[in-house]
Design a binder for this molecule. Structure first.
Ligand SMILES: Nc1ncnc2c1ncn2[C@@H]1O[C@H](COP(=O)(O)OP(=O)(O)OP(=O)(O)O)[C@@H](O)[C@H]1O
Length: 777
């Protein structure tokens, strides 16, 4: 709140009044508006300016002081980017009365405003903010009106206070909004008394920022809240590397590192003190310590929940019994229908999948996973006397089979390969766009048989959410390739399920597509078996290795593109996969060169510049985050279909439209950060996708990243042709290097523990059943 001159001494400001709102995103509180200028200390002579930033809806009757910087937009000219703002409160009696009776305070008339001002004085707003009860003292002011005034004052002024306060620490309005939403009127108190609390509560609020605020407020280096937040932050950072927990020792050591950042760190801050604080956090249930490990509660419960749902399913027997002879006949009929003869492993998969409540099928490319999925569905349908064809059902909801995958592309591939409807897991569970899923243990999925493909990509949080929603009478088949990279999120659920040795599984190793002459598949399986030799890298129909040095790499890739173009190959079918973003031959550089080649600048193509890149109509782009509300996911690839200027659409904001295989998604400037060029993408992002032609640079400069599972994942993404450019030595070394960064997970132990309990329970139940009163009759 300001009552006279804008208060940020030395900072640039523009004081003004709303003319009209150009664009507003309610969810994010992002606003672009035109204002008339009352006063400014900026070097700006015009009477109006467009401002943009994250703030609550600007009121027509109010005057604001905006603090920020000028930005020249390539298309829209000069704009004022607001970092913080304050409502300008009049300090005269009349001014304050008209402010309190303005539209901002719906239902407060002039008379009521006069009563308030005459009792509380021109300082009324500050008094209300300090003590909302002060309105109770205003004679004749009804309780509901008093509440309305104090609520409005607190809501409008509270956030501004926070935003101004946080701007001193370089925190922008967006994060400030998040903080205000979480704590409301208590935000300032939390910030000043315990900024470390924000490390727990606010996603994206780092320990270092909390430390900075705490320093200003004189909190001690050894304050328990500081040490606690340091420990939690260490766990949060490790989750980003895929860990589910940390051994206590590791957590203590890493916490000591971030807690001892300056020379001021007192000697009393020791490992023992940190370990003691970990114990305290455990007691406060802010983290969970078990068997020498420390977890964030959400991960502890996700692992625990998943393990118990697995064991719940495993104890349910299927309610139909198929004599082997009948099964043989059913499978024989399907073989005839499909005109193939199932291999031993394939037959075993189908047989087991019919009688198991939960089962896993793993296998590399071309081993017949899809063939088996179809076989299982057909066999299940035949045994249970139901139709396997979705068209035989009145609605999608009646179809007894559910096919799902973790990403949109993987789900689409599943539909293409099986000819059956498949959805993403998020869609299946009914992602509500913000907090969670509609489907859970109280509202479970309906259907008879669930098949989840690409299960290696599913992290422990999603696995738990999925399994929660699986009813007791549903059968489940998880399909994946254990040799691929683990999930981006924490855990290694597929690997742990397999390692537990307690879940029925069949590993398909016989390769069928190889028989059709695929060198790519042969190479993938040689890598799987650690049997790839230099002689196996000879060029073949669908494989070539182009030797080159790092300095020649870009030229080599460009030559491959030129050659493909001259052969009439669609450029969209070409996908470069690389392990690293930065470095001379990293993803970013390759993308810039390939954009120039494939989609060069042209007067007929619109373009916008953002995040150090030019997005042009026709560009191939990659989605970087899950956006289930638009049915697009991290790793999905689309094409920039159109770019609209702000004055060309009803939302009055610049828009970039990306078409994801026909599905159009609109991005506003603030969302451009969620996409990047996709001529070259990271191997991690390529998980779950396949491309007709894969070009993979492999050079010694990538050494740190060149591991067996990464290279295997890249190779298995190519459908028709694989071209490796680079250094054979580096490639061979890479495929022999196991990923030593083992993820810390305890899922295997939990599964063994849970299943052990159920074994005992089963035995006890059987024992009880064995001796019944009838036995004595
Ligand atoms: N038993 C079999 N007899 C003959 N052909 C088979 C058999 N099993 C699979 N195939 C064929 O082998 C090819 C690969 O099978 P499928 O697509 O099921 O494998 P996949 O493991 O799903 O492969 P990918 O993971 O690469 O998609 C297909 O053309 C399929 O028809």
């Amino acid at each position: 709140m300001t009552t006279d001159k804008p208060s940020h001494s030395g900072q640039g400001y523009i004081k003004g009044e709303l003319l009209y709102t150009i664009f507003r995103n309610e969810q994010e509180d992002f606003t672009i508006a035109k204002i008339t200028i009352h006063e400014t200390n900026e070097d700006y002579q015009e009477k109006e300016i467009v401002i943009k930033g994250y703030f609550s809806e600007l009121q027509e009757s109010a005057v604001y002081s905006f603090y920020g910087t000028f930005e020249r937009h390539a298309k829209f000219g000069l704009q004022y980017k607001v970092n913080s703002y304050q409502t300008f409160i009049p300090d005269t009696k009349d001014g304050l009365i008209s402010y309190l009776s303005s539209d901002l305070f719906h239902g407060i008339g002039k008379k009521t405003a006069e009563k308030i001002v005459s009792h509380l004085g021109t300082n009324a707003i500050a008094k209300i903010l300090n003590n909302p009860d002060s309105l109770k003292e205003v004679p004749g002011l009804k309780k509901d009106k008093a509440e309305l005034v104090s609520r409005t004052v607190v809501e409008n002024q509270g956030f501004e206070h926070i935003a101004v306060y946080l701007s001193k620490y370089g925190i922008g309005l967006k994060l400030a909004q998040k903080i205000y939403r979480q704590y409301k009127e208590e935000a300032m108190e939390v910030l000043q008394d315990d900024p470390y609390q924000l490390v727990y509560d606010i996603d994206g609020f780092g320990f270092q920022t909390a430390d900075q605020i705490a320093r200003q407020n004189g909190l001690s280096f050894t304050h328990p809240n500081r040490i606690g937040a340091g420990c939690i932050y260490v766990l949060q950072m490790n989750i980003q590397s895929g860990h589910v927990y940390l051994p206590i020792q590791t957590c203590t050591t890493q916490a000591m590192e971030i807690l001892s950042v300056s020379d001021e760190t007192p000697e009393t801050l020791t490992k023992e003190v940190v370990a003691e604080r970990l114990e305290g956090l455990n007691q406060e249930k802010k983290l969970i310590m078990k068997d020498g490990n420390v977890y964030l509660p959400s991960l502890y419960y996700a692992e625990d929940g998943f393990a118990s749902h697995v064991s719940r399913l495993m104890t349910q027997l299927v309610d139909y019994d198929i004599p082997l002879a009948e099964l043989m006949k059913v499978i024989g009929d399907i073989e005839e229908q499909e005109a193939l003869s199932y291999g031993k492993e394939q037959f075993e998969s189908i047989k087991q999948a019919l009688s198991a409540r939960l089962m896993v099928v793993t296998g590399g490319p071309g081993t017949g996973k899809t063939t088996v999925i179809k076989g299982i569905l057909n066999a299940y349908a035949a045994v249970n006397n139901i139709e396997a064809d979705p068209d035989a059902y009145d609605s999608e909801a009646d179809y007894p089979f559910i096919l799902a995958a973790p990403t949109g592309r993987a789900a689409k591939r599943l539909t293409e390969s099986t000819g059956l409807p498949a959805v993403t897991i998020h869609r299946l569970l009914g992602w509500d766009g913000r907090n969670g899923f509609d489907k859970n243990e109280h509202e479970p999925l309906s259907g008879k048989y669930l098949i989840v493909d690409e299960f290696s990509m599913v992290d422990i949080w999603l696995a738990n959410s999925l399994f929660k929603a699986i009813p007791d009478d549903m059968q489940v088949l998880l399909v994946g390739d254990e040799d691929q990279l683990p999930s981006v999120g924490p855990g290694q659920v597929l690997a742990d399920l397999l390692e537990s040795g307690r879940i029925p599984y069949v590993s398909l190793s016989d390769v069928y597509r190889q028989k059709e002459g695929s060198k790519i598949i042969e190479l993938a399986h040689l890598i799987k078996q650690d049997a790839c030799e230099p002689g196996d890298l000879q060029n073949d129909q669908d494989f070539s290795f182009i030797p080159c040095r790092e300095s020649q790499l870009l030229d080599a890739i460009i030559k491959v593109f030129h050659k493909a173009e001259s052969k009439g190959i669609d450029m969209k079918d070409m996908q470069v996969l690389a392990p690293m973003y930065r470095s001379q031959a990293g993803i970013n550089t390759i993308n810039k060169h390939l954009q120039n080649l494939v989609n060069p600048e042209s007067p007929s193509k619109r373009e916008v510049t953002a995040n150090d890149a030019v997005f042009r109509v026709g560009d191939k782009v990659l989605q970087l985050v899950n956006q289930p509300e638009d049915s697009i996911y991290n790793g999905d690839i689309g094409e920039v279909a159109a770019i609209f200027k702000a004055n060309e659409n009803a939302d009055k904001t610049e828009q970039l439209v990306v078409s994801f295989e026909g599905k159009e998604v609109v991005y506003e400037r603030k969302d451009y950060i969620n996409i990047m060029h996709a001529y070259c993408i990271s191997i991690h992002k390529s998980q779950g996708s396949e491309f007709p032609i894969v070009i993979m640079p492999v050079i010694p400069a990538y050494r740190r990243m060149l591991k067996k599972n990464l290279l295997y994942t890249a190779i298995t993404r190519s459908k028709k042709s694989l071209i490796i450019c680079g250094d054979q030595e580096a490639f061979l070394r890479g495929i022999r290097t196991l990923d030593s960064n083992q993820r810390y997970t305890t899922l295997k132990e939990r599964l063994l523990d849970q299943l052990h309990h159920t074994d005992h329970k089963d035995k006890a139940d059987t024992a009880e059943k064995e001796i019944t009163p009838y036995d004595f009759m």
